[in-house]
Design a binder for this molecule. Sequence first.
Ligand code: PMP
Length: 363
Amino acid sequence: MVYNFSAGPATIYKEVLKHVQKELLDYKGIGYSLLEASHRGKQYDRVHNNAVALLKQHMSLGDDYSVIFQGGGATLQFAMLAYNFLTDGIKGQYVHTGAWAEAAIISANKVCSTTNGSVEIIYDGKDRGYTTLPDPSQLEVDSNSRFVHITSNETIGGLQWKELPEVGSVALAADMSSDIFSRRLDFNKFDFIYAGAQKNLGTAGATVVIIKNSFLEKANENLPPSLSYKMQVSKNSLLNTPPIFAVWMLEQVFSHMNTIGGLEKIEKYNHEKAALLYDHIDSSNGFYSCPVDVRYRSTMNVVFRLPHSELDATFVDEANMSNLIGLKGHRSVGGCRASIYNAMSIEGVEYLIDFMRKFKRKY
Ligand code: PMP
């Protein structure tokens, strides 16, 4: 048994993988694979629309929201959001909380240099090494901006918003790639949410994009069809061939979430896992340490350091030998990181803690 703590692609529910394996060659008795079926045929149509319906059910969203599944990763959404909403003097406000917020800002700035829109950074956590978040009630939101963009969970920094920022009448847009469906949230407070699927939602290839229709109305129409949210929504994501395997996985993960008790149970389980790991780190007499402000520690990506950075590689190597993989911190920050997404079990976290205990004793 290998426990996979990778940041994404990441561990997937075994039940889902087994189910997909069972149906891979012959989808529900049709005599061929869903992967060979037309994306305009009735089998895929049912899967796609069921995935949309289940997603909306988990988020308690009504007809005032549209959902599309896109290729290109969350990275493409950094640019699409700007192409669609930041034109002709219109401003987007960005909260810079770390590496992924920065990636969103860089793309938006590039786009704005051609669209005449603009990007304003209303918080930059640089001084504190991106280890903390702004007070959610203290952001300087400009009522004339098109949206405020946040990264709900910084995958590399291990930093997660616990309360949503107050943005008044301005639209709230979020990159939820690494914590979507890890907890209950009032999703109706958002106008725009996007998330790559390869962490909590299944496999790489699909990005979930959720848009409030009143926000969509304001989108730029003068865009190539593939980059236009209005067009993608009007075609139910079928402007071109969608990532059908990844969408099928979405459907399977969303339906599995129902069998394990939905977001309420998932949230509780995630809290238990994160508490076990952070408690272990905090009670290690400084052998392990977490640089993140306690108030905003992520329940998804637990970053930690060893007493000397030379020990990092030894830790990762010995963990690998004990069947614990994916624990190397991101190359930009070093240290170690355990990603404990929804599909990581408590047993996996306990096994990791046991390894950490032995490693500490040895070194
Ligand atoms: N945003 C966040 C928060 C992420 O963690 C990642 C990927 N790790 C991305 C965006 C980029 O996602 P993709 O590789 O799907 O473009």
